[in-house]
Design a binder for this molecule. Structure first.
Ligand SMILES: *Cc1c(COP(=O)(O)O)cnc(C)c1O
Length: 392
């Protein structure tokens, strides 16, 4: 098994077949399991084997298939599937932190992630220090002997700034802190986060893992010891487990994720090159472009530029809205990693709640557009973006 390559694992990894030998993975849409005898029930509650399940909140065969397949892709020993990406972020942090612990976190976070580290954790006595994630000196200054963990998104939303996983991990290791990485924008296809020093890797499966905008889901990945002894008890008792139907949708997503993400990345590169130099744009941000300040880090950390880009339209919000309203193929929405190309205006939607000061600090201007590149023909997408820029 272990010598198989990624694409093979994405199609076959973790598969559990019933006595019918079904070709496609079965959806075990059951919350519970009947035991052959009272003695079997007792034994299973005492210690459940690999293929023995008790209750869907604890585990389910379809969910287990998803966990094993995504763990094979990420290169971790194990994973715990969650109801959403936020259930994964919350579970990864809450399962290992307690009152009196210190957490250092990057400031540029998905809104709900910021809510957890900035509002919820302090309420339970966890002290949190926020830093500029791209600045290793700030991490160095912030960690202390009582720092239990560090947390960051490896590529920030929406300005695509990278955090150097290996650099932060080295600093964290110096004080014995665990490294927890929300790796959504990097995607599991381009992730080498564990080799770079991450202890726990989190995905919102809602994004590239589904890749077709159908379902919410998430996963927490790490060592078997950590996932089964720390994460699982917290998740199974607090209720953020993934449904079997969702796991089935995501298993199908994993079969094609490598093909999809690589195709989306190729298109993103073509689009970034086509837009760079367009006179109606004051800035094009794409880690795959040499003009990106962290281009070398992107190549070292991900080996690619990824499926997301951002650009700034001269003329602020009014011009940005005129551009968006002129798009004919690209949709206005806020999902990402989808087969459909999506334009987002962060300042008025995903990041609306941030103070102007915070928006300025994060570079979220009124002219900034985030683009999640999908699976349409790249030439059609470039044509659509260029005609919308011209129509402005
Ligand atoms: C979307 C997202 C989440 C939350 O995931 P949900 O599936 O929406 O709960 C967390 N982190 C990042 C970076 C995201 O993009």
């Amino acid at each position: 098994m272990t010598t198989r390559k990624t694409r093979t694992n994405l199609v076959h990894g973790g598969t559990r077949r019933s006595q019918y030998g079904e070709l496609s993975e079965a959806i075990f849409l059951t919350q519970g399991f009947a035991y052959p005898s009272a003695e079997d029930a007792e034994a299973r509650f005492l210690s459940a084997g690999e293929d023995e399940f008790i209750y869907a909140r604890y585990g389910n065969p379809t969910v287990r298939m998803f966990e094993e397949r995504i763990a094979l892709l990420e290169g971790t020993e194990d994973g715990f599937a969650t109801a959403s990406g936020m259930a994964a972020v919350n579970g990864a942090l809450m399962s290992m932190l307690k009152a009196g612990d210190h957490l250092v976190s990057a400031r540029a976070l998905f809104g709900s992630c910021l809510y957890i580290v900035d509002e919820i954790l302090p309420r339970f006595g966890v002290e949190v220090t926020l830093v500029d994630g791209a600045d290793l000196d700030q991490w160095r200054d912030a960690v202390r002997p009582d720092t239990k963990a560090v947390f960051f998104e490896s590529m920030s939303n929406p300005t695509l700034e990278l955090v150097d996983i290996a650099g932060v991990a080295e600093i964290a290791r110096g004080v014995g802190a665990a490294v927890i990485v929300d790796n959504v924008f990097s995607t599991p296809v381009y992730s080498d986060a564990v080799a770079q020093g991450a202890d726990v890797v989190i995905y919102s499966a809602t994004k590239h893992i589904d890749g077709q905008g159908r379902t919410l889901g998430g996963v927490i990945l790490g060592t078997r010891e950590h996932i089964r002894k720390v994460v699982e008890p917290y998740m199974k008792h607090t209720g953020g487990s993934m449904s079997p139907f969702t796991a089935w949708v995501l298993l199908k997503g994993l079969e094609t994720i490598d093909l999809r993400v690589r195709a989306q990345t190729e298109s993103a590169g073509h689009i970034a090159e086509a837009l760079e130099g367009n006179t109606r744009l004051s800035r094009v941000i794409y880690p795959g472009l040499e003009s990106h300040a962290q281009h070398d880090l992107a190549l070292r950390q991900m080996g690619a530029g990824g499926t997301m880009l951002a650009f700034e339209i001269s003329g602020g919000k009014e011009a940005a809205f005129r551009f968006m309203n002129a798009l004919e193929i690209v949709l206005i929405s806020n999902n990402l990693g989808d087969a459909k190309t999506i334009a987002t205006h962060p300042a008025t939607t995903t990041h609306q709640r941030l103070s102007q000061e915070m928006k300025d600090a994060l570079g979220i201007s009124d002219g900034l557009i985030r683009l999640s590149v999908g699976l349409e023909d790249a030439e059609d997408l470039i044509g659509d973006l260029e005609q919308a820029l011209a129509a402005m």
